[in-house]
Design a protein around this ligand. Structure first.
Ligand SMILES: Cc1cc2nc3c(=O)[nH]c(=O)nc-3n(C[C@H](O)[C@H](O)[C@H](O)COP(=O)(O)OP(=O)(O)OC[C@H]3O[C@@H](n4cnc5c(N)ncnc54)[C@H](O)[C@@H]3O)c2cc1C
Length: 568
């Protein structure tokens, strides 16, 4: 029989998972909130130090419709407008709720202060000073979660498979990362809130626990994914010098505010070579900036770490201190003196627009299986506006938790021992390899990251993607079954890496296959061999497992009349 039992099992305890837990508990459900890291302290949420986009209209006049219009425009025709509308409509409510729960949003004359960010028409982005948004919201949610006795929290538990029988989720199998044992969990509903996939790429803005497991778990369970080709690459992520405990994408607002110069390895401004008049304005769009930096590197004019310099040396120290506040001292503690040294920046994988296909209640096509946060695909189409991801985590988390709890109220906890035992024996073969001659899981993870960065990264071609796919398939077919795993059970990181690798490979395959099939460039998906956008691809791509293989089909984007006027 299952070792653990609950009404709602939540996989992942970042912003989305914690919000889902709170919402489900408030509706009377018992909740098990598990995380492979520390509950409320892992994942992207706690790392996001910048801004949250919501149409509060406290700084200047704004509306839900305007936020929606900006979101849809950024999504280049591919937003699921049901989900975008939910994001924009419920965002203000969640931010005010967080305010009431104690998040100290930066204020000005008593109102919540909101700033401008690229792609937004008005000052819409709120934050917690100074570069403290993620840690502050995570702390608020952790406190709230700990106040609710219906929520049980377990850290160091990695969910490795969702149990499904006859199209209905029954619970999950999880790996206890302390003792290496697999355990079974019974649940009326499972919410996948396990975040994004940036770990698939060698260069990323955050990697621990972001191997795209939510997507793989969903696919294996019989759910569909959507828009998997749309990985957002942030153009000026921090490369060097080493920066500890700070957000690697922190430079953007300072660059805009202060006019930081982007220089190549020869200390020349270069953006104008790539069709943008950045000089004096510093407003090249993210795709142009990313393209320009990578092309300079390719031409041998990169910086030592393969990027560009971001230079603030022309700005007086008093002005730097005014804009950076205490952050300037945190930089100094990292050995970075902006008055003397430029920093090195470059494009890196940052966020995933694609993800699990859900309805407006966050329900997948598998009965009882929900998703929330970055794990969900569709709300941001082909490109995400800055600040929309935290809003998405809160809004979709709340919606998933409350709708799951409502839907299961009258149902009994399902279980099928045969399904559970079959999963356990299948997973056990990954755990106990007779072979010791194969590669270690971590070596394969590193190889996969390199392949994904070089062949499925910011600039793709059919040739590069085909080569990536061939090696991914080989790893799945051959290498996964002969991994070299240490025999110790307790604290065996190989075991964890092996399970993570298995999921990473499935998710990487989903990204690469989708990128190959979209023979155009749109938003975050840039094909050097098909550089223009093509109207025939104004469609979303849906993936599912059919006959043990990934199969894709195209569907028309979901449009709503509310957003109709903005679609032109
Ligand atoms: C450096 C950085 C800065 C960012 N800045 C901003 C910003 O300023 N504004 C903005 O809107 N967005 C920002 N984003 C994006 C935003 O932070 C994320 O999209 C959002 O926080 C995702 O929340 P989530 O709850 O869905 O996932 P996460 O917060 O990533 O949480 C997922 C959790 O799932 C756990 N997990 C993963 N796999 C498993 C498994 N198999 N079993 C159990 N647990 C598992 C992880 O340990 C993790 O705790 C930033 C992202 C990064 C990386």
């Amino acid at each position: 029989m299952p070792q653990l039992s609950t009404d709602v099992l939540i996989v992942g305890a970042g912003g989305a998972g914690m919000y889902a837990a709170i919402a489900a508990a408030r509706k009377g459900a018992s909740v098990l909130l598990v995380d492979k890291g520390q509950v409320g302290r892992g994942g992207a949420t706690i790392m996001a130090q910048m801004t949250v986009a919501v149409a509060l209209g406290q700084q200047e006049s704004d509306s839900i419709d305007l936020h929606l219009a900006d979101t849809i425009q950024a999504g280049r025709g591919l937003c699921n407008e049901e989900l975008s509308t939910l994001l924009c409509e419920a965002g203000p409510k969640r931010i005010l709720e967080m305010d009431a729960w104690g998040t100290r949003w930066a204020r000005e004359n008593g109102h919540i202060k909101q700033e401008m960010a690229p792609g937004h028409s008005v000052k819409r982005c709120c934050y917690v000073d100074f570069l403290n948004t993620g840690p502050a919201v995570a702390a608020t949610l952790r406190r709230k979660v700990s106040e609710l006795s219906a929520i049980r929290r377990i850290s160091n538990l990695a969910v490795v498979e969702i149990l499904v029988r006859d199209g209905r989720a029954l619970g999950a199998v999880a790996l206890n990362l302390i003792d290496g044992e697999l355990i079974t969990i019974q649940a009326k509903a499972v919410i996948l809130a396990a975040g994004g996939l940036t770990k698939l790429f060698q260069r990323n803005s955050a990697s621990a626990n972001m191997g795209g497991e939510a997507y793989a778990l969903a696919l294996w369970a019989g759910a569909e994914l959507v828009d998997m080709e749309f990985v957002q690459f942030f153009p000026i992520g921090h490369l060097a010098p080493r920066l500890v405990g700070m957000d690697p994408i922190m430079w953007d607002p300072f660059r805009y505010k202060l006019g930081g110069k982007l220089l190549n390895g020869q200390f020349e401004e270069f953006i104008d070579r790539y069709g943008s008049s950045d000089f004096g304005k510093y407003n090249a769009t993210r795709d142009v900036a990313a393209y320009a930096i990578l092309k300079e590197v390719e031409a041998g004019r990169g910086t030592p770490h393969g990027g560009a310099y971001l230079d603030f040396r022309h700005i007086p120290e008093s002005q730097l201190r005014g804009a950076f506040g205490p952050v300037i001292d945190r930089l100094l503690a990292n050995g970075i003196d902006l008055t003397k040294t430029p920093v090195e920046v470059g494009p890196m994988a940052h966020y995933h627009m694609g993800g699990i296909r859900v309805d407006v209640n966050m329900h997948s096509r598998v009965e009882g299986l929900y998703a929330a946060g970055e794990a969900v695909g569709g709300a941001n189409g082909a490109n995400r506006l800055s600040g929309n991801a935290i809003t998405e985590a809160f809004v979709f988390g709340e919606r998933a938790g409350s709708s799951a709890a409502e839907r299961i109220q009258q149902t009994a906890r399902p279980w099928d021992e045969e399904t559970a035992q079959a999963a356990l024996s299948r997973l056990d073969t990954l755990q106990h390899h007779p072979s010791s001659g194969g590669p270690t899981p971590i070596a394969l993870q590193a190889e996969l990251q390199k392949i994904m960065w070089e062949q499925a990264g910011p600039f793709r071609t059919a040739d590069k993607l085909t080569a990536a796919l061939a090696r991914i398939e080989e790893m799945q077919r051959r290498d996964l079954s002969r991994l070299r795993i240490g025999i110790e059970r307790r604290f065996n990181v190989d075991l964890h890496d092996a399970f993570e690798l298995r999921a990473m490979l499935t998710t990487a395959e989903a990204v690469v296959r989708s990128a190959l099939a979209r023979r155009e460039s749109r938003g975050a998906h840039q094909r050097e061999d098909c550089p223009a956008s093509d109207e025939t691809f104004l469609k979303n791509q849906v993936l599912e497992i059919k006959n043990a293989e990934l199969a894709s089909r195209w569907i028309s984007p979901i449009r709503l009349s509310r957003a109709e006027s903005h679609n032109g």
